[in-house]
Design a binder for this molecule. Structure first.
Ligand code: HEM
Length: 219
């Protein structure tokens, strides 16, 4: 069936900029954390950069937090308000479980299933920043230090990033909406089915009343 394509700017510039900076920071932080383990000759260098980028990430998270209170798709309400979204969440999950064989639902900006995960992710990143800053300073109680919490959270962030990248590619591959490029240029494409041809009008067949001359058919 033919369809009409409508380009809609769904992601505001600030949200895209913050997404890009957050992605770069998180990827660098994960990379430098690995480098700290394996590159013994340049530990001080990796540590310094890990700390610098970690502090920059704090600013980026602060900037994103400001968008929680600005109207639009970045507002906190649009991330936690899941009313009416359960069927789309279920459909997204079914698509993953069928390894992409079942169709994805349609959605406007954030994928309904991922919305609450983004909120959790910011919480985890915030905790990472705090435990990173307290890394060597406190021991909360034996065997449970900010460093150990930081390490556990780093595993969660790695899992989130892997799942996010995989599903972003799956979503993009299964839709014609340009989902990944939308996070760069802001524009998504919505395919609107062409209007069905109008049902033919009920045809009224007029049967002429034939009056037979002399017949008993007067009305
Ligand atoms: C470490 C890297 C990344 C992190 C931590 C990350 C995190 C996030 C977060 C938090 C959001 C929600 C946007 C918001 O409301 O601010 C988001 C959305 C999105 N990201 Fe990423 N991202 C990363 C990398 C990427 C990359 C490399 C791509 C492209 C392949 C990508 C594609 C997208 C898309 C398409 C959305 C919108 C998804 C949706 O439909 O809900 N992300 N990402």
């Amino acid at each position: 069936m033919s369809s009409r394509i409508q380009a809609v700017r769904v992601w505001p510039g600030w949200l895209r900029l913050i997404h890009g900076l957050m992605a770069l920071c998180v990827l660098f932080l994960l990379f430098s954390a690995c480098a700290l383990q394996v590159d013994e000759t340049r530990q001080a260098l990796w540590r310094d950069w890990h700390l610098i980028v970690g502090q920059f990430l704090m600013l980026v998270l602060g900037a994103r937090a400001m968008l929680w209170f600005s109207p639009g798709v970045g507002h906190w309400r649009s991330l936690v308000d899941l009313r009416g979204q359960w069927p789309a969440m279920r459909q997204t999950l079914l698509c993953y479980l069928s390894l992409g064989r079942l169709p994805l639902p349609n959605w406007y900006a954030h994928n309904p299933l991922w919305k609450p995960l983004y909120a959790l992710f910011w919480l985890v990143l915030g905790l990472m920043v705090v435990t990173g800053m307290l890394h060597d300073q406190y021991r909360l109680w034996p065997g449970f230090s900010p460093a150990s919490v930081h390490e556990v959270l780093a595993g969660i962030v790695t899992g989130f990033v892997a799942a996010h990248l995989l599903t972003a590619v799956l979503h993009d591959g299964k839709s014609e909406g340009g989902l990944i490029s939308a996070m760069i240029n802001g524009v998504r494409y919505f395919h609107i089915p062409a209007e069905k041809p109008a049902a033919p009008e009920k045809t009224v067949v007029e049967i002429p009343l034939i009056l037979e001359p002399g017949g008993n058919n007067e009305p």
